[in-house]
Design a protein around this ligand. Sequence first.
Ligand code: NI
Length: 175
Amino acid sequence: MALRKILTQGDPALEKQCRPVEKFDRKLHWLLDDLKETLTTAGGVGLAAPQIGILRRVVVVEDENEELLELVNPVIVGQEGKQEGWEGCLSVPNQYGWVDRPSLVTVRAQDRDGNFFEVTGEETVARCFCHELEHLDGHLFVEHAGKLYSPDEIDAMEEEKEKKEEFSRRRKKKR
Ligand code: NI
């Protein structure tokens, strides 16, 4: 296994359409292992092959049990509901945007040996499925976000919101 460099926004590899995997060979297994090691080291929840410069339809996503799912040639086959929330990307360091996603997403994919399976994710996992699969078509989450914020700016906004809520709670008590 080897740690790979994560490419950042502006790199042409992140804007390319990725090709399907046809051979479920040792090379694919190395790619999956490298993706997992790179993701774990970076402390993220999902990573797509183009983010390390490999233009193949392969992603890894952390599931709700903190296990890494390997998704080869993944396709979204079902989605329900809506969630709103902050979203970030290892290829867009230190910048987060508010992005709407479905709250439940089902993906059909192949495992490292080519066997087909389906997996359903909720909330963060559903968000991650959408985000990672878009990487395979050369898209970044920033296309769905309005303004991007740094973690410090988000903390400041959350603090401001809490202060306002506290103020309105106190005002209600007095009446
Ligand atoms: Ni990303």
